[in-house]
Design a protein around this ligand. Sequence first.
Ligand SMILES: C=C1C[C@]23C[C@@]1(O)CC[C@H]2[C@@]12CC[C@H](O)[C@@](C)(C(=O)O1)[C@H]2[C@@H]3C(=O)O
Ligand SMILES: O=C(O)CCC(=O)C(=O)O
Ligand SMILES: [Fe+2]
Length: 335
Amino acid sequence: MVIMLQPEPVTLNNSQVYVNPKCKPSPVLIPVVNLTDQNAKTQIVKACEELGFFRVINHGVQPELLTQLEEEAVKFFALPQSHKDKAGPADPFGYGSKRIGPNDDVGWIEYILLNANSDTKTTAVFRQTTPTFRETVEVYMEEMKDMSSKVLEMVAEELKIEPKEKLSRLVRVKESDSCLRMNHYPEKEETPDKKEVGFGEHTDPQLVSVLRSNDTEGLQICLKDGTWVDVPPDHSSFFVFVGDTLQVMTNGRFKSVKHRVLTNTKRSRLSMIYFAGPPLTEKIAPLSCLVPKQEDWLYKEFTWSQYKSAAYKTKLGDYRLGPFEKQLPFSISSV
Ligand SMILES: C=C1C[C@]23C[C@@]1(O)CC[C@H]2[C@@]12CC[C@H](O)[C@@](C)(C(=O)O1)[C@H]2[C@@H]3C(=O)O
Ligand SMILES: O=C(O)CCC(=O)C(=O)O
Ligand SMILES: [Fe+2]
């Protein structure tokens, strides 16, 4: 099953511009994976290779949980600014507004970033919210852990990676460095027909990210040829992004997908995105079962902790894998 995406021109920073002159006139097909389908593994791998992105249906997450989390998020973001600010600043965890990350990236956004590890449950956000907020977030994070590990297990089975838990274990163990982000892109009365940059273009650093949004558009992904396409919102589906770490482990066979959010300022957008990351001490490198000869590795080995530290020194749109790429021998690169 596929859905059609129609690229469209957008308005940025109050002036009408074509963000990408290579906007394709032809429709683009986004893969849809039915998690209960017996071909799901094959479809996931194909989507990760071709786009680094796919939509998931029949995922088994109860709609009531999604509604409840959305309601809790709406309640939080509707609080007075002075109250929300007590849950911030995001460093990186906590409540943040307009600033994304530590390096002067900005967007038309406010958000909560939460570490999935239990030791940070005392975070300022939970001091400013109700016990129901916290309980709902915890249940949701468990569901997201299950979904990301299921996707990774399917990838491992299809690529014949042994043992089949090799990837999924990374996001299941208690040391996994995963996080949940709740993004709110508010409506903007003074520019009702314009689009703003909500979240600038970037790739996600982790293994995979699992996103769910309300029914407001705004998310775009970048195709391999540089064309940006809209992802039609669907509040009952999840969307999975390949992250930089999975790109490295598959030696570039899967590509982390560049994406961004251009907000429709008439209607607010709300998204929840779970970033499934490995333990900080985990060594990341191309998997030897996929690429046995080290001379064929496109990336050097590094720990997730090293990658994260380097990532936090970059701006959102930077290519973060550059310093971790291996230099090809002169004889090969000059061919
Ligand atoms: C500008 C930045 C924000 C970010 C850390 C970084 O320095 C570069 C990567 C950014 C990103 C993108 C995906 C996720 O939203 C995020 C939480 C992550 O892991 O990497 C953000 C970081 C952030 O907002 O703290
Ligand atoms: O809000 C969205 O739809 C995407 C957000 C995103 O890419 C992120 O939080 O890393
Ligand atoms: Fe992202």
